[in-house]
Structures are given as structure tokens and as C-alpha cells.
Design a protein around this ligand. Structure first.
Ligand code: PGA
Length: 256
């Protein structure tokens, strides 16, 4: 894992955006895995301002609520169109988001996996992290080998997301999410976390044991992970000074 700690959210976001921009320039038909929530908002704004060419890019979103109409302001379909897709030259047919209103959820989950495989696999997956360590909506005790499937949100995640819905009661109980096994097959994972409320989950994920009690900790087993943090999100890392030292002393050819 490469832990990149920057003084501000904006600085950490710019590092992440440069990584994605480099990928899209080197591989114009790259396959990106995308995330929703408050964390990637500044990333999407930065990517929009870079005016990159998305005409050949394919995207797969991590997750979607079950039962929310697509047009609902908090559906991840709406989120992605509002915050990224309508601002870039991506082709509609290259966008994939799980269908939370499908009649046969297991079937569309299986199809989602097949579409990812048929696209050649995900080159870079953007991830946020829940305060309980979830990635995608893989809540604690999710199988570390899981695939795209239905999950039930924890009380804590529903509370965390109540701010988007106006009340906790309005947050759906069920979601479709890529599995941890699916995420682990992305060629690179790019995890972003900002703010002190993520510090405990990040410390466990990066320095704790690999355990389904913090699903993000499985990323320690992935060969290409970058974790972009602002100072507050890094504040509980015991080795923060080491991570800063590594980043500051990268050989020129390794910088991005
Ligand atoms: P947030 O959510 O970006 O809104 O904090 C992160 C997550 O739940 O994965």
C-alpha cells in the first residue's frame, strides 16, 4: 500500500486526479471503477476541470440503493450524472451502474460481474471508506471473497447517510454492491479518505490486522493500492511520519 498524506483534502484530491489523468492519457479506453458519497466529489470536480477525453472510457460504479427510483436525487444514478457524467464526453453506453430496481437482483448481479470481465477488467477502482471500514457497501463481516450481490446496510451506515436523505428512516435498507473479491480484481485501487471521522477506520485498514471487521484492511493483500489522505484522516496512523518520508523521497521516475 502506498499511503499519500497531504495537508488538505484539495491537495490529496489533486494527487488522485493526476493518477487518473495519467491513466486516461496512457490508456484512452481504460475501464474505471467509480464511487459515490461525499468523498469523491472534489475528485470529480477536479477531473471535470482537467477536460480529459472520456470518449472511449468505460465505467462501472461500485454500488446502488435497492428500490430508489433512478430519478431520485439520492440514487447513485442521479449522483453520477449530476456530479460527473453530464460534464464530460463519456458515451452513455459505456456507463454501468447496478440496477437497484431490477426484478431479479441475483441475476443482474451475475450479469454485472460478466460485464466487468467482458470489458477486460477494471484498470483503476476509486474507493471511499465508511466510518466502519466498509468499501463499496461491503459492511463488516462481508466475505473477503464476495462478488456483486445484495447487502443490508448497518445501522451506522444508515445513520451516516441520513444527512443525504434528510432522515434516517428515508435511507434504504438494502443495496447492490460489488463484492470485496470484485474490488480485489481491479488492477489498481485508489482509496480516498478525508476528515477526522475517517481516521480510526483508516488506521485499522492500513495498520491493523486483515479482518472482515474492517473490510478495507483486505487491501493490504492487493499489489497496487494508493491511499490518498488529508492530515485529519491520517491522524491516527502510527507510521504517518514514515509514509510522508517515503512520498517526499520518491525517485523522480516514480512521481505522478
Ligand atoms: P462518504 O462515504 O464519502 O460519504 O464519507 C464513504 C463510504 O461510505 O464509502
Amino acid at each position: 500500500m502506498e499511503i499519500i498524506i497531504q495537508p488538505t483534502q484539495q491537495a490529496a484530491t489533486e494527487v488522485a486526479a493526476r493518477l487518473i489523468a495519467t491513466l486516461l492519457r496512457d490508456k484512452p479506453d481504460a475501464v474505471l471503477g467509480l464511487a459515490t458519497g461525499s468523498t469523491p466529489l472534489s475528485l470529480y470536480q477536479t477531473l471535470i476541470s482537467m477536460e480529459l477525453d472520456w470518449s472511449k472510457v468505460k465505467t462501472f460504479n461500485l454500488d446502488e440503493y435497492i428500490g430508489l427510483p433512478r430519478e431520485h436525487s439520492q440514487s447513485y444514478h442521479s449522483f453520477m450524472w449530476e456530479n460527473l457524467f453530464r460534464h464530460i464526453n463519456i458515451r452513455k453506453e459505456n456507463i454501468h451502474i447496478p440496477d437497484g430496481n431490477a426484478k431479479d437482483i441475483p441475476r443482474i448481479c451475475e450479469e454485472y460481474e460478466k460485464m466487468i470481465a467482458a470489458s477486460g477488467g477494471i484498470d483503476l477502482q476509486v474507493l471511499g471508506i465508511g466510518t466502519d471500514g466498509h468499501i463499496g457497501f461491503n459492511e463488516h463481516t462481508s466475505s473477503l471473497a464476495s462478488r456483486t450481490r445484495i447487502k443490508t446496510l448497518t445501522k451506522r451506515t444508515r445513520m451516516d447517510n441520513a444527512r443525504f436523505f434528510g432522515s434516517e428512516e428515508a435511507v434504504p435498507f438494502h443495496v447492490i454492491t460489488m463484492g470485496i473479491g470484485t474490488i480485489m480484481e481491479a488492477r489498481t485501487n485508489l482509496l480516498l479518505a478525508f476528515g477526522a471521522n475517517k481516521a480510526a477506520a483508516i488506521a485499522e485498514a492500513v495498520e491493523g490486522p486483515i479482518a472482515s471487521s474492517n473490510p478495507a484492511s483486505v487491501l493490504q493483500m492487493h499489489r497496487s493500492v494508493k491511499v490518498c489522505l488529508d492530515d485529519p484522516a491520517a491522524s491516527k496512523l502510527q507510521r504517518a511520519e514514515y509514509f510522508r518520508w517515503v512520498y517526499d523521497n520518491k525517485p523522480d521516475w516514480q512521481t505522478f
